[in-house]
Write a protein that binds this ligand. Structure first.
Ligand code: BJW
Length: 236
């Protein structure tokens, strides 16, 4: 039978072994900072300096030379290169580790830490420096910049393309995500309605594990390369 398109949804767990924190694990980001203080438009309106400092620190962390793509990112880039049908990676992560590993068909549904958005003209521009104190918008020259990330209550990016890809896929794989945050947590149900095979790859069973046809559990650097190897060998 002809190979069918694949959609891969990734979350913070895939980047954990690259040195970046997850959100809801015991040592995760939300254990030390409240969502309401840093990850909502209301928080930014109330205390922009605090929100900018939170993302400035994470941007500096991402740019640390020790933070590099791991074997799981590499395996997904290989899958895209070698699978005979389209492979789309939809990531909730704002890091750039998928691109650095070589993934090209990629949607950052929760935005990108290395981009900023102008509050005046809306232009999105690359950024590697702190936004506090902020540089001016390179497009209009005067607007203040905010991180180009999707906070709670804001619309995730690329939803139309993601929906179309899930509707047309034969395999949906979720990697390193707890399934707590919508709309991403609902993608598996959409894939099931379209009769795609659904697979969870995670450190442990997520709260939505029962929604998947199968699960493989362990660190992403082990389970993702193993799964990709089996898929490409035709025994997936
Ligand atoms: C490993 C591992 C290893 C560890 N190997 N695995 C009530 C019901 C339903 C929905 C809502 C509701 N009330 C509000 C909503 C909507 C809301 C929402 O979902 N809230 C829930 C909390 C209930 N969602 C929104 O507001 C979204 N927008 C929206 O819905 O717009 C309206 C809309 C309507 C219709 C269609 C479309 C849209 C926006 C959500 C924005 C999320 N933003 C954040 C922060 C910004 C970016 C940033 O700062 O980085 O995005 S929150 C945070 O959570 C971040 C992540 O992308 C996201 C998901 O987290 P993730 O990746 O799953 O991480 P963890 O930590 O939760 O899980 C890690 C997993 O890895 C764990 O399972 C570990 O076991 C595993 N792991 N080590 C493999 N080595």
């Amino acid at each position: 039978m002809a190979a069918r398109p694949i959609v891969v949804l990734t979350g913070a767990g895939i980047s954990r072994e690259s040195g970046l924190h997850t959100f809801r694990d015991a040592d995760g980001i939300w254990a030390s900072v409240r969502i309401e203080d840093v990850a909502t438009p209301e928080a930014f309106a109330r205390d922009p300096a605090r929100v900018q400092a939170f993302y400035d620190a994470r941007r500096r962390g991402l740019l640390d030379p020790a933070v590099r793509p791991n074997a799981a990112h590499d395996a997904l880039a290989r899958l895209e290169r070698e699978w005979p049908a389209p492979v789309l990676v939809v990531t909730q992560n704002i890091d750039d580790l998928h691109e650095r590993a070589g993934s090209r068909a990629l949607v950052h549904m929760h935005g990108e830490l290395l981009k900023a958005r102008c509050l005046a003209c809306g232009a999105v521009s690359p950024v590697r420096q702190d936004l506090a104190p902020g540089p001016a918008c390179p497009a209009c020259g005067n607007g203040p910049l905010r991180p180009h990330v999707v906070w709670f209550g804001e619309m995730p990016l690329g939803m139309e393309a993601i929906g179309a890809a899930i509707d047309g896929c034969g395999l949906f794989v979720a990697i390193g995500t707890s399934g707590n945050v919508y709309p991403a947590a609902g993608f598996v149900a959409q894939a099931r309605r379209r009769r795609a095979r659904t697979v969870e790859l995670n450190l442990e069973r997520s709260q939505g594990a029962h929604l998947f046809d199968e699960g493989h559990y362990g660190p992403a650097t082990r389970v993702v390369p193993d799964f990709v190897e089996r898929l490409l060998a035709g025994a997936g």
